[in-house]
Design a protein around this ligand. Structure first.
Ligand SMILES: *Cc1c(COP(=O)(O)O)cnc(C)c1O
Length: 248
């Protein structure tokens, strides 16, 4: 379901207003945590938005001197990045969605960073495809810190993530750079914070106990919980609806 009609395009001034609202939220949360909002990557979760809309936001972020990434969560949406509006604009492309082994080739070709390694067989498939393509890709291991059954990911313990991280450490084509989670799906801010803080604590534990200092990134925080995520140490927040509106 890719939109093409001009009538559906979000006006640039509306995108700019929403973006400045998101950046103000991010900066205020960063300030509360003694951090600089400019060091946090704003990943655009573009879903079905058009190349034109994504390009407008990328330009606005560049003008504001921000770290940017563009993320897709469906292999079907990857094709839009061949569009001249997005191709070769120098913005890192990430993959954030649930992976299937039969889409590994497309994802390896498209994304320099893959956030959603949630099973061993996905790591195997990505590694094989990266080797065939002669590419090295960054990966994050997805962790289920909320315990919600609908969510993928490894359990939030050193015992659960240790083996996959050791396996990735030994890979010649996949480089483990961080952990990713989707926060608890609840309006209870305490539960949301616990699910996000848990990812930071796990990363810190992995870094010291597995001697993996390169495991730097925490990909966490979306439109509804980005402030809590930034306060808890997110290095990449993934934002969709706060910029592009509710999904159809
Ligand atoms: C869509 C999506 C987001 C962004 O969600 P919003 O609530 O719209 O900001 C973040 N992460 C993943 C994995 C997504 O699929």
């Amino acid at each position: 379901m890719t939109r093409t009609s001009a009538a559906d395009q979000l006006p640039a001034d509306q995108l700019a207003a929403r973006l400045d609202d998101v950046l103000a939220r991010l900066d205020a949360a960063a300030a509360r945590a003694g951090r600089d909002g400019r060091e946090i990557t704003l990943l655009l979760a573009t879903k079905t938005r058009t190349p034109q809309e994504v390009a407008v936001v990328v330009d606005l972020l560049r003008a504001r001197d921000r770290r940017i990434a563009v993320g897709e969560n469906r292999a079907q949406e990857i094709a839009k990045h061949a569009d001249p509006m997005l191709a070769d604009n120098g913005v890192p492309r990430h993959f954030i969605g649930r992976l299937q082994t039969n889409k590994a080739r497309d994802v390896i070709a498209f994304a320099q960073t893959i956030h959603s390694v949630d099973r061993e067989d996905i790591a195997d498939a990505l590694e094989r495809r990266a080797a065939l393509a002669g590419l090295v890709r960054e990966v994050l291991v997805q962790v289920n810190t909320s315990g919600e059954e609908s969510k993928g990911g490894f359990a939030p313990t050193l015992e659960a993530v240790g083996p996959i991280l050791e396996r990735l450490r030994g890979s010649g084509t996949l480089r483990p750079v961080g952990l990713m989670t989707i926060g608890a799906n609840t309006s209870d801010a305490t539960a949301v914070r616990a699910s996000l803080r848990g990812l930071r604590e796990l990363r810190d534990q992995v870094r010291t106990e597995l001697e993996l200092p390169e495991l730097e990134h925490l990909s966490m925080g979306m439109s509804g919980d980005l402030e809590i995520a930034v306060e808890e140490g997110a290095t990449i927040v993934r934002v969709g609806s706060a910029l592009f509106g509710a999904r159809p």
